[in-house]
Design a binder for this molecule. Structure first.
Ligand code: SAM
Ligand code: SF4
Ligand code: SF4
Length: 379
């Protein structure tokens, strides 16, 4: 059996230079990085495994039977995740998204949700606790997720056409099964549900209109995502990106008139549009995530925690900060306050703005340097 070499391995190195400051300060619920950006969002990858092989994320040629996924002992335990989450929330995080890989594959995920849902925000409110899923296990799990305290879900779906969807997920999974998951999630109250469609030119862009038609007049918010140069395995090319402006043009041209609407909050990733109401009937909202053509780094307030406990301050970072090493240090026991001060230091030193630099440099090419895979760091 041949050993696979995949670029991801390089990025799992231990970064030993996390320093506990001599003078420890209590968190005040507000941190700003070098560009004045607050820390509001934490995305936690709970597994690097997935039952799909989406061509833009985990292509089969790389993520095959010889691929080395992380061993169970490397994963953060639920107690470790909750401990880190508590520290981030004390710094002002009010929204936590579980992701992966496929988060619903993590055994007893409901238990983790129940533990996280008990953490109040810095100002005593309920956390916005959400999850992004490919929908394959959602019909079965929607009720237990809701009961555990999940606020809402985002479901990925890249096509209405069966053959196209199967070509995208590459494991022969059916559209109707994802739609059943969405229905179940809506029924138990995990809404408003967002539907993520990654648009890859020449592969599923003919599905923009069918997807828009299907989700128009529903309470679900369809979000079109520009295909990104994330990771090192999807062979990204700029000419496969369909710019958001083109998506709006196509939907308008198909007779579904769109009107731009204000963001819900500063730093929202999706640009919001609603359909012009026909005969005074409300007809829904869409979102456009233009990571390639309109970088939104200036407002980015997201931190990412990898499956094995490394903190990434940008989706495109090539190095993580090993928080698990602090949690599992066999020489010293670190207090929550010590770890909290390390997190504060890392965020205050943050200057990431990969997408803006990509746009400014050579927009044809991703910025040079090795990057971590989306399935490891979480979308
Ligand atoms: N497995 C879950 C899912 O697919 O919803 C959660 C993890 S997935 C990495 C999170 C999101 O990232 C999904 O909506 C997926 O479509 C998106 N994604 C993955 N690779 C991408 C890429 N190259 N460009 C843009 N979005 C991508
Ligand atoms: Fe799996 Fe989600 Fe990546 Fe698709 S996008 S391969 S479902 S992790
Ligand atoms: Fe945030 Fe990095 Fe994406 Fe910019 S490129 S929006 S800094 S994650």
């Amino acid at each position: 059996m041949s050993e696979k070499f995949i670029p991801l391995t390089d990025h799992r190195q231990y970064k030993a230079n996390l320093r506990i400051p001599a003078q420890l300060e209590q968190p005040v619920g507000m941190l700003a990085d070098t560009m004045g950006r607050p820390l509001h969002d934490l995305r936690i990858s709970v597994t690097d495994r997935c039952n799909f092989r989406c061509v833009y994320c985990m292509p089969k040629e790389v993520f095959d039977k010889d691929y080395h996924f992380l061993p169970q002992t490397s994963l953060l335990s639920f107690e470790e995740i909750t401990r880190i989450a508590r520290i981030f929330v004390a710094h002002g995080v009010s929204k936590i998204r579980l992701t992966g890989g496929e988060p619903l594959l993590r055994k007893n995920i409901e238990k983790l949700i129940a533990m996280l849902s008990e953490i109040p925000t810095h100002d005593g409110r309920r956390l916005d606790l959400t999850l992004t899923t490919n929908g394959s296990l959602l019909a079965r799990k929607a009720q237990s997720l809701k009961d555990a305290g999940l606020t809402r879900v985002t479901v990925s779906l890249d096509a209405m056409n069966e053959a196209t969807f199967k070509r995208m997920n590459d494991v022969d999974f059916s559209v109707s099964d994802v739609l059943d998951g969405i229905t179940a999630a809506h029924y138990v109250g995990l809404g408003p549900i967002k539907i993520n469609m990654v648009v890859k030119g020449g592969m599923n862009d003919d599905q923009i209109i069918p997807m828009a038609r299907y989700f128009k007049n529903t309470p679900h918010i369809l979000r079109f995502i520009e295909y990104m140069d994330v990771g090192a395995s999807n062979g990204w090319k700029l000419d496969e990106v369909i710019p958001s402006a083109e998506i709006v043009r196509r939907i308008n041209a198909a007779g579904m008139k769109l009107i731009a609407i204000d963001p819900n909050y500063k730093g929202e990733t999706a640009e919001r549009w609603r359909y012009e109401a026909e005969n005074n009937s409300g007809s829904g909202e869409i979102g456009l995530i233009s990571s390639v053509t309109q970088a939104f780094c200036h407002d980015c307030s997201r931190a990412r925690l990898s499956t094995e406990g490394k903190l990434y301050t940008c989706l495109f970072a090539n190095q993580g900060h090993d928080l698990r090493a602090l949690l599992r240090d066999d020489q010293l026991t670190h207090s929550d306050l010590a770890i909290s001060n390390v997190v504060a230091q890392l965020w205050q030193a943050r200057g990431d703005r990969y997408s803006e630099l990509r746009s400014q440099n050579t927009p044809q090419q991703p910025v040079a340097g090795k990057k971590i895979e989306m399935s490891y760091i979480g979308g």
